[in-house]
Design a protein around this ligand. Sequence first.
Ligand code: BTN
Length: 262
Amino acid sequence: MQDSLDAAELQVRLEKCGLFRGLHLVSSTGSTNDLAAKLAREGAPEGLLVITDEQTSGRGRLGRRWEAEPGESLCFSLVLRPAFELPVWPRLTTWAAVAVAQALEELVDQPSSVKWPNDIYFADRKCVGILTETFIDQGRFAILGIGVNIAQTNFPEEIKDKACSLLQVCGKRVRRAEVVCAIMERLHNSYFLVENGFSEIVAEAETRSFLKGRTVQVETGGSTIRGVAHSLDANGGLIIMREDGGFERVNSGEVNLMQFSR
Ligand code: BTN
């Protein structure tokens, strides 16, 4: 089934969303995050949505590549110009993860979870990656990049046991226009909570936590922490309980599940 990205359709659907402030649709680009950052440096407003059918050098967290077959995945980035103080900006990651998890769960009617900091899982497979980048000295903006596996049935060898698409989750192809609009709506509805009411988002992220209670190993800033994923702190940081009973707070890093945990 054809799932084209049509500018007129997207424009009409997205105009109902308060956060949306313009569409930049391209058939192919290196990375929508890079393109959105370029447009933001040139003055693009908060709410500009950059979306493409094909990314030729999509980027993931921690310098990884984000591979996406044209037409089979949704790749978009949103320009944000948060009015709140800089120490609040790291909360954007948890805000986005919760909004995406809720939007997709509603669309496909299957429970979703959040693997800290912001991967979205269905059962034990990753369906969405989120890359939030902040630019303080170049105009004070953030770029929220979201990649959703829509219709893949074959993944590259190295992720084939760890990834899934919405098609696999719900048995039908969900149109990309529908997915991006559902996500934008959720982002809009909860944006104000990032500054005033973030405990609500943290509570939702904990409820949906893929890691809570599991034994994990976290690589962060050159060190390794082992323990049980315990909870989230007030800004969405991960709190680990070490084997000796002490607690460590992690603000960024890569979490791996240890075998034989729950
Ligand atoms: C991750 O899981 O490591 C994050 C992946 C983020 C991928 C999206 S796709 C749209 C946007 N453009 C990019 O280059 N990356 C993000």
